[in-house]
Design a protein around this ligand. Structure first.
Ligand SMILES: *[C@@H]1O[C@H](CO)[C@@H](O)[C@H](O)[C@H]1NC(C)=O
Ligand SMILES: *[C@@H]1O[C@H](CO)[C@@H](O)[C@H](O)[C@H]1NC(C)=O
Ligand SMILES: *[C@@H]1O[C@H](CO)[C@@H](O)[C@H](O)[C@H]1NC(C)=O
Ligand SMILES: *[C@@H]1O[C@H](CO)[C@@H](O)[C@H](O)[C@H]1NC(C)=O
Length: 220
């Protein structure tokens, strides 16, 4: 009885001060507030993005083996695609931090976050493409070349009103990701295995062998 009364009053206190509750996030829409901004080119970056605060509930201390691992990329092909042309792909997390990384930047001329990814005819060539998120509970991958994807941006986090170090990637005020191994799939960039980050929305349920994480802009 006593404990439930205490809990009830704590709950009332918490809901009376919503800004004091555990997490508050603030969108950072201006590229000039991101690392390595160049006022002449209006570009921030290039930088990688990396796994940050990843949680492995079965590991001692919750530490993930891929904490700090940076971005890579791979391509996707669909039946209706033009043969021999790379038209879309997605950002991955490398399986070994010595593997080839993929750079991102914030393009202040277009106000978009872009990835430097293989695209175009044949083997493809590295080009900058706008990145977006497919807000769907079963996907949520960070993709390029998909016209209906929604924009991604950086966010600041506040815990109990205190600013948290770092800038985190998200979309539509969501910054929680999950990450899972792509298994035997290898990336076209280096033929190495990789991990797949997915942005979580409230309807997303975490699957077996998926780990909750944030995705942080390196250097932030
Ligand atoms: C940034 O560049 C603009 C011109 O594009 C200039 O007017 C402005 O003073 C520059 N700002 C800084 C902080 O250098
Ligand atoms: C999570 O922890 C388990 C048990 O220690 C380990 O086998 C697995 O490789 C870990 N995975 C990650 C991503 O840290
Ligand atoms: C995101 O949160 C900010 C306040 O932090 C709010 O102004 C904005 O409308 C929200 N955007 C979306 C898409 O929910
Ligand atoms: C992330 O998930 C936690 C629960 O694990 C939740 O409290 C928080 O509101 C979520 N934050 C965002 C920005 O999606």
């Amino acid at each position: 009885m006593l404990t439930s009364a205490v809990f009830a009053s704590l709950f009332l206190l918490a809901s009376a001060r919503p800004w004091k509750r555990d997490l508050f996030i603030e969108p950072v829409t201006d590229c000039s507030r991101l690392p390595s901004y160049d006022n002449d080119t209006k570009m921030a970056g290039p930088w990688t993005i990396k796994v940050d605060s990843c949680y492995n509930e079965t590991a001692t201390g919750g530490l993930c083996s891929i904490e700090g691992f940076e971005s890579g990329n791979d391509i996707t092909r669909q039946r209706e695609d033009t043969p021999n042309t790379i038209e879309h792909g997605f950002i991955t997390i490398v399986s070994d931090n010595n593997n080839i990384k993929t750079q991102l930047r914030c393009n202040g001329l277009l106000n978009t976050i872009e990835g430097y990814v293989l695209s175009g005819p044949g083997e493809g060539a590295l080009n900058w493409h706008a990145l977006g998120i497919d807000h769907h509970p079963s996907t949520g991958r960070l993709v390029w070349g998909k016209p209906d994807a929604e924009p991604v941006q950086a966010y600041r986090h506040y815990h109990n009103g205190e600013l948290v170090d770092g800038l985190f990637l998200g979309s539509n005020n969501q910054t929680n990701w999950s990450v899972h191994s792509a298994g035997r799939d290898v990336s076209i960039t280096d033929m190495k295995p990789y991990w797949v980050p997915r942005l979580m929305i409230p309807e997303t349920s975490i699957r077996d062998n998926e780990f909750k994480t944030l995705i942080r802009i390196d250097g932030s």
